[in-house]
Design a binder for this molecule. Structure first.
Ligand SMILES: Cc1cc2nc3c(=O)[nH]c(=O)nc-3n(C[C@H](O)[C@H](O)[C@H](O)COP(=O)(O)OP(=O)(O)OC[C@H]3O[C@@H](n4cnc5c(N)ncnc54)[C@H](O)[C@@H]3O)c2cc1C
Length: 319
């Protein structure tokens, strides 16, 4: 049995779902969770229900605001004397930012952005996409422990059965150490919508959206089905949508249950960011658009006619 520490990121005090996805795959391992920030007793209980034996609430100076150096230092100081075999975290913006720093402090291997992993006995085997998702690499980690891995949100899915852990919570002091780059302000997105990388449903618009105003039809549909709106790079470069909405090789990597691509041709760089979506629906006027080769369902037609019809139908079904 391996001893595994899962770093749990918080969103407005709530544990990000990827933590629970990871815990669900740790059945049979000794799973513990580390959290930096204020977390409610209710959320601590949830972590126990999903399999955490211990929940360490790290507290210390200079940890009130996220900083890659501070968080890496704090976790390093917390685990350096520990006996963890593996440290896992979500491949979120923060996870991708600071976990490599942490792994470097241990001169240890990191399997980044895994879309799956299994434990054989106490040995981790990860799977991660390479070359814009064209092939999958099996990754084993060697060398001194702990070993590190980040896991793409939504890739594992929420566990069907929970393997309850002891759920013992305790405070631990954490030293953020010497921080050279001070984060003065973090500007949160004005949108209340779930971040693209964690969204369960995404509806994206491409160059065919023609202007920012037309994204309203996607917003309307999104509000009915609880989706987050994304965009292709052509739409972003044309000024129709902000860069934070870009999906793809140089944008965000997403793995939702449902991805609806509207007026997006399906360039390899766009596919790189969304090809691990569980179900892909494409709406495009061109029947030969490459996106149809990757789509589970394709609608050949004008998005300006199709999307409003879909929105109305979804309203009827979902109320
Ligand atoms: C290094 C590099 C990195 C890149 N990174 C990214 C990235 O991260 N993300 C990304 O998306 N791209 C990226 N690109 C750009 C990528 O190559 C494509 O240019 C881009 O994805 C095209 O966007 P699009 O599909 O919206 O536009 P287009 O390729 O122009 O496609 C528009 C589609 O809309 C359809 N259409 C037109 N009108 C309608 C209508 N009324 N209804 C329905 N369909 C309609 C057309 O048939 C067409 O298929 C990158 C390129 C490079 C070189």
């Amino acid at each position: 049995m391996a001893k595994v520490l899962v770093y749990s990121e918080l969103n407005k005090g709530n544990v990000k779902p990827v933590t629970l996805e990871i815990l669900g795959k740790l059945n049979g391992q000794d799973a513990e969770v580390a959290i930096i920030g204020d977390v409610s007793d209710e959320q601590v209980k949830v972590l126990g229900e999903y399999g955490a034996n211990k929940i360490h609430k790290l507290k210390g100076d200079k940890l009130d605001k996220y900083s890659p150096e501070g968080y890496a230092n704090a976790l390093h100081n917390f685990i350096k004397d520990g006996s963890y075999d593996y440290v896992l975290a979500g491949a979120t913006s923060a996870g991708k930012d600071f976990l490599p720093r942490l792994a470097t402090k241990f001169e240890a291997g990191l399997a980044s952005d895994c879309t799956n992993f299994i434990f054989e006995g106490d040995t981790f085997h990860g799977t991660r996409p390479l070359f814009a998702g064209k092939c999958l690499a099996k990754v084993d980690l060697q060398g001194p422990k702990p070993h590190f891995a980040t896991v793409r949100p939504n890739a594992l899915g929420m566990p069907e059965t929970k393997n309850a852990g002891a759920g013992e919570a305790s405070d631990a002091s954490a030293d953020a150490g010497d921080i050279k780059a001070i984060i003065k302000e973090i500007v949160a997105s004005a949108s209340e919508k779930v971040d693209l990388t964690e969204a369960n449903i995404i509806i994206s618009g491409g160059r065919a959206m023609k202007n920012p105003e037309n994204f309203k039809i996607l917003d309307e549909c999104a509000s009915v089905i609880g989706a987050t709106v994304g965009a292709s790079r052509a739409a972003v470069d044309s000024g129709f949508a902000p860069p934070s909405m870009q999906v793809g090789q140089t944008g965000k990597t997403v793995s939702p249950s449902l991805y609806i691509a509207c007026g997006i041709s399906g360039a390899i760089q766009h596919l790189a960011g969304m090809r691990t979506s569980k179900v892909i629906v494409a709406i495009n006027t061109d029947p030969d658009a490459p996106i149809f080769t990757k789509a589970d369902y394709g609608i050949v037609g004008d998005l300006y006619k199709i999307v409003p019809i879909l929105t109305e139908e979804f309203k009827k079904i979902l109320g």
